[in-house]
Design a protein around this ligand. Sequence first.
Ligand code: FAD
Length: 557
Amino acid sequence: MVTADDIARIEVLAELDTELREQLARAAADLTLLPGEYAVLEGGEQALFGLLAGRIEAVKTTEGVETVVGERQPGAIFGEVPITLGAVFPVGFRAAEESRVLRIDARSYHAVASVHPALVEQVGTLAAHRMSGPRGLQGIAANPPPPRAVVVGERFDPDCAEIRHFLDNNQITFVWVRPDEPDATERWGGPLPARADWPALRAVDGEAVARPTLRGVAELLELATEPQHDEYDVLIIGAGPSGLAAAVYGASEGLSVVVVERHAPGGQAGTSSRIENYLGFPSGVSGDELARRALEQARRLGAEILVTRSIDRIDPDTREVHLDGKDVLRARTIIVACGVTWRRLGIKADRLAGKGVIYGIVRSEAATTHGLDVHIVGAGNSAGQAAMFLSSHARSVTIICRGERLQKSMSQYLIDQLRTRENIDVFFHREIVAVLGEDSLEAIEVRDNRTDETSTRPSDALFIMIGADAETAWLPPEIALDDHGYVRTGADAQASGMWPLARDPYLLETSVPGIFACGDVRLGPVKRVAAAVGEGSMAIAFVHQYLRELDAVAAPG
Ligand SMILES: Cc1cc2nc3c(=O)[nH]c(=O)nc-3n(C[C@H](O)[C@H](O)[C@H](O)COP(=O)(O)OP(=O)(O)OC[C@H]3O[C@@H](n4cnc5c(N)ncnc54)[C@H](O)[C@@H]3O)c2cc1C
């Protein structure tokens, strides 16, 4: 319990009269922190902290890498910047050794400050000092850490594009050096690798690899690829919004959780330039920011997240899950959260995939369209978002739409936004019938589906967003699917005739008891981030119910 005497040991509070100190003592929380424990995380709500004993360090986390940027000794405060600016914590504060800290919430601080203006002045002066100067927050912002990787490779090399997309989706900052750039050698940091070795990647510590696989890239950059245990309470397939939500809830409720992601966390949502309809983000949030936060949250709560690993096979009887590369894990429950995959265009467009033809959109790709004429096939929200995003870089963006209007498939807010950009055009009643170019995309052939006339349009890049399909052929036959590969759950699983138990399946349970499905891969009408997050969280409630059943059966007597 914090006392008025404890309050007096904090330098800026020592001048307060006894009554105010007692008022603060009554409102203050008394925190005992073990080494490594956080008093407040980066992004935490404003509050004022005073250090009574021990040592606290200020920690800035960039791309999962923590840097200690300051320190507090007993008698000092922290939180002066957020409380002065009414903002969240720009850095986290954690115990460097066992420490005792008092925490005064913003409302109690302001109540005392209103009758003791000198306190506001003192705290404000300290805040100004912390923000300015090379060692202050300004200095930290002016000296961001160096990029974690440098990639050298050509624009139309699909392997190079794959590595760049992988780094992007894993939120690894990197520099892409094109071999024909005049300062390529300087940016790579020495003579370029031989052409046969492109793409090559160098990590920030200097180690370089030629033509790496994605697994190799992940390992070089110390992303987790190997499971730490043989058995888990919950194994989640896919780290999109639904899988990450399940990981957060599962890990926070004490279950051992592993997420297996074949590419990079974030899923489809991770590629969205701006999600405007997710609750709690009034001015929208980019998909990679949402994914970054969710990933950090899941990891902090103790979930293991493996990347560049995919599941080849599940044995429903033994609950063995076979990963690529022969690892076998056992899981008491499994959550299938593997989402959907972009539908292919056909018309032999894939021969130029990565060479100007791109499925979906990756944020880093936008900058490569600077000054170019690009096309988007598709008329859904993802196509609208992509058009808005690309229009800030490309010279022109043309949406190729089969129908006569966008209203059928795109939200009105996006249609309104598209109208505000002069370099966005929409071609209605048009279909792409061919992609032209030998080594890279040069033009597209477009047919008017009213007149059957075709025309050729020069094109520097073609983004294909014509919907997505569930890729579930690898699931065991015991898991009931609909005709399009979506996983049946709850009443739909029961209606399939494959449900084996006397009890009804839980809402998100597949036709195999203890295997659940959530998010876009599940048969259901809503394909949205909020629905995926909601279902991922709900799946864990059903996991608990199922595990209770298992334990009851296993209990003696
Ligand atoms: C460009 C774009 C913009 C969008 N904008 C919005 C928006 O503004 N608002 C909105 O509400 N929704 C939006 N959506 C839809 C939303 O992103 C999806 O509904 C949501 O991401 C579904 O989440 P999910 O976790 O079910 O699946 P996904 O996001 O598809 O994630 C599934 C994950 O599983 C992984 N995976 C697949 N198979 C395997 C396997 N065998 N082994 C291991 N891993 C596997 C995939 O790599 C992927 O990371 C958008 C979608 C796109 C593409």
